[in-house]
Design a protein around this ligand. Structure first.
Ligand code: SF4
Length: 139
């Protein structure tokens, strides 16, 4: 059986991002159509509404643009998404770039100015700990 791939739900054209929009990605759709894709949105799984106030990682916390600490929801969402990925037997993940949950290698710096710094989102961090290969739609 072909290995399963966790996919950020927004890459499949589902309107689950903070703004109520998506980031449709053909590669993600192809994987899903092949039956290998396991779609997850960590932030929705953490109980956050859609649309929601955008949030960024600040140190070991996740803070939204209103200054509210949403670390608990982001951690819960990452845990739930990892649980689903493990249940499905995912060996890889195709994730949305720059997100505080799904970003790989680069995330926003916590100033809400669109500035990127080195780092991973909470979901990507947990997947990496399990040895699951992660990449973004940007390659
Ligand atoms: S948490 Fe991940 S899957 Fe959900 S909208 Fe953000 S980038 Fe997409």
């Amino acid at each position: 059986m072909e290995p399963k791939i966790a996919i950020s739900l927004c890459l499949l054209g589902i309107d689950c991002n903070y703004a109520g929009g998506n980031s449709l990605c053909e590669k993600a759709v192809e994987i899903f159509k092949s039956g290998r894709g396991v779609p997850v949105c960590p932030e929705q799984l953490g109980g956050l509404p859609t649309p929601r106030i955008p949030a960024e990682i600040q140190g070991d916390r996740v803070i939204n643009r209103m200054g509210e600490d949403v670390t608990i929801q982001f951690r819960k969402g990452a845990e739930e998404a990892v649980r689903l990925a493990r249940l499905a037997g995912c060996t890889g993940a195709l994730l949305k770039s720059n997100s505080p949950s799904c970003g790989v290698g680069q995330i926003y710096d916590g100033t809400f100015t669109g500035t990127l710094i080195d780092g991973d989102g909470l979901f990507a961090i947990e997947l990496k700990k399990l040895g699951i290969e992660v990449e973004t739609e940007e390659g």
